[in-house]
Design a protein around this ligand. Structure first.
Ligand code: ADP
Length: 626
């Protein structure tokens, strides 16, 4: 029989498994049991849709059998089984190939990261076995098939004998080496404790034949070995248990077992509601951003159970978009088993549950912010951007819900602060909440436009996310304080008397500025004496709602809009450069043109904008140098 090759990626992953120095090899059992449980779940689904299929709970279980003599460990299930094609497609190609491809570049050498980040499922069997056989018979088919592989060089598939629907996976456990003990995976007590540890809440019985002994009949003092089938897992779903009985580790194990994520959850929320609507829920706030989180591929949703039976994998209606990072499940007795997706949307119970869940998540996040700041900051690094999108979306409809959860980098604190903290610290004479937009904190720190505001001793919030300014435009004001971009026209800061230009000065400058504006016509709306610059010679500011950062973002959008912020070139009239400019204005028209364009281009560069004509710009500089 010809050996088939694994797909390239699967092969690499397999090799990594085989040579793994990953210390937690025991998780292979969790992975296989979890697959078995999923397969039984799938039969549940089928039974729900197909009236001819009767689901008798007793008939569905997982069995783990170890045989020391042949060094085999068998995991069998009465789940939905796999057809020949499915064996080929599911086991010949790594299921998570997308995520695997994504991780390729930054994987750790020993594969530890991969295993930690993405449950590698079935292939983890190769961490402990040097031969893996899968015999499976799919629901609705008469023929069983056997898939077998000794590792990376390929696998075979052939017809096989199997009576019942389901799957039987047999691992030939590796021999011990000097460093590694594999025998433990043939020991009953060890297997039992692994199952307890990782798979206790699996809803189906995980059975084992446990060895015992009884007095041998007809002989005094002698004992004989017995085998007694036991269910090893408690099966009571974690969400039905009393919170007091559960530890963080229990929740973390549940999270991993359910494959909600491959990180550790940052926080869990266990809800047992018995008010207007009765339901249990366990929700998790993950620590890390899933790799596809900010893409279209990411699907939000919670698992939905009706009285312990899974009816939907990802019920999107249970979560608002801005909390789409939440993972977990909801179990309610009030939902009908056969409810269709369309009907669910209009289900009153479900709407109530969703509302309830939303407020629970919000209050959990607020208390995290209040009591466990460091944890909240971690959360915010991963998902803060989503909250800001939430503020912006639907015309700011949810801004009240979300604004207290926002944080921005503060010029004073040098870390993320909340709006409440900012307003709390505002000096009495400060009218606005100031912010500056830019690519990065480092870049904003150097912006000339921040000078005056910083000099006044006012705190500035740094907006480094593209969504920030748009979100803030939705909020408009916080605790009656309006937001103000440090680059916007009027900063609302009283000038010092000595900085104010005299009337004569203003008149004199007026002509110069008009001349400059003429030179820059079509590029800037005005040229003005700056009220915000202290040591820098020039900067750009904007008039009106649209700022330069917003212009950049809108232009970068896929169907880029032709928008233009109303820009103002501001000149620091106390700077030496201004004197040269004035001198040039007296007669030398060409020089004034040269200087004006140079200053304008400099201002563009400071903003992170492109100069219109880089060659002209460098030529202009050379002109001055020679
Ligand atoms: P994952 O479970 O993350 O999809 P696996 O590599 O563990 O990845 O499994 C690949 C696929 O093989 C599963 O999605 C499932 O379709 C199928 N499979 C694995 N084990 C079983 C089983 N015991 N019964 C039926 N199908 C299974």
């Amino acid at each position: 029989m010809a050996k088939k090759e694994f797909k390239a990626e699967s092969k690499r992953l397999l090799e990594m498994m085989i040579n793994s120095i990953y210390t937690q090899r025991e998780i292979f059992l969790r992975e296989l049991i979890s697959n078995a449980s999923d397969a039984i779940d799938k039969i549940y689904y089928k039974a729900l849709a197909d009236e001819g299929l009767v689901f008798n709970k007793e008939d569905y279980y997982i069995k783990v059998t170890a045989d020391k003599a042949s060094r085999t460990l068998t995991i069998s299930d009465t789940g939905i089984g796999m057809t020949q094609e499915e064996l080929e497609n599911n086991l010949g190609i790594i299921a998570n190939s997308g995520s695997f491809a994504f991780k390729k570049d930054n994987e750790a050498k020993d594969g530890h990261n991969i295993i930690g980040q993405f449950g590698v499922g079935f292939y983890s069997a190769f961490m402990v076995a040097d031969d893996v056989t899968v015999v499976s018979k799919a629901l609705g088919s008469d023929q069983a098939f056997k898939w077998e592989s000794q590792g990376a060089d390929g696998y075979t598939i052939e017809p096989a004998e199997k009576d019942a629907i389901g799957t039987e996976i047999t691992l030939k456990i590796k021999s011990n080496t000097e460093d590694d003990n594999y025998d433990e995976f043939l020991e009953e007590y060890r297997l039992k404790s692994i199952i307890k540890k990782y798979s206790d809440f699996i809803r189906f019985p995980i059975k084992m034949d446990i060895t015992g002994s009884k007095p041998k009949e007809g002989s005094e003092g002698e004992f004989e070995e017995t085998k007694e089938e036991q269910t090893v897992n408690s099966m009571v779903p974690i969400w039905r248990k009393n919170k007091n009985e559960l530890t963080d580790e229990d929740y973390n194990n549940f999270y991993t077992e359910k494959r909600y994520g491959f990180d550790k959850p940052l926080k869990h929320i266990h809800i047992s509601a018995d008010g207007a609507v009765v339901y249990n829920a366990i929700l998790f706030i993950p620590e890390n951003t899933p790799f596809d989180y900010y893409t279209k591929e990411y699907e939000k949703g919670l698992e939905l159970y009706s009285n312990g039976v899974l009816i939907m994998n990802k019920c999107a209606d249970l979560l608002p978009d801005y909390f789409s990072f939440v993972k977990g499940m909801v179990d309610s007795e009030d939902l009908s088993l056969n409810i269709s997706r369309e009907m669910l949307q209009h289900d009153r119970q479900l709407t109530l549950i969703a509302k309830n869940i939303k407020s629970k998540i919000k209050s959990q996040l607020l208390s995290l912010l209040k009591d466990e700041r460091e944890q909240y900051e971690k959360f915010y690094t991963s998902f803060g951007r989503q909250l800001k999108f939430g503020v912006y979306n639907d015309y700011g409809m949810e801004k009240e819900t979300l604004q207290n959860l926002l944080m921005f980098y503060s010029s004073k604190e040098k870390k993320q602060v909340t709006l409440a903290e900012y307003v709390e610290r505002m000096p009495e004479d400060q009218k606005y909440i100031y912010y500056a937009s830019g690519e990065s904190v480092e870049r904003i720190e150097k912006l000339p436009q921040t000078e005056m505001v910083s000099d006044k001793g006012y705190e500035i919030l740094y907006f480094t996310d593209d969504i920030d300014e748009f979100a803030i435009k939705m909020i408009m004001s916080y605790k009656e304080k309006e937001f103000k971009n440090v680059s916007s026209g009027d900063l609302g800061i009283e000038e010092n008397a000595e900085d104010k230009p005299s009337e004569a000065e203003e008149n004199e400058n007026k002509e110069l500025f008009e001349a400059m504006q003429g030179i820059l016509s079509g590029k800037v709306k005005a040229v003005k004496a700056s009220k915000r610059l202290k040591s820098h010679p020039v900067c750009l500011s904007t008039e009106g709602e649209l700022t330069i950062e917003m212009e950049k973002i809108l232009k970068a959008m896929p169907n880029g809009q032709e928008v233009q912020a109303d820009k103002v070139l501001e000149i620091n009239i106390h700077h030496d450069v201004f004197k040269s400019l004035k001198a040039a204005a007296e007669g030398d028209k060409e020089k004034l043109g040269l200087y004006t364009n140079l200053l304008y281009n400099q201002a563009l560069l400071i903003e992170g904008l492109q100069v219109n004509d880089p060659v002209q710009f460098t030529n202009d500089i050379c002109k001055i140098m020679v």
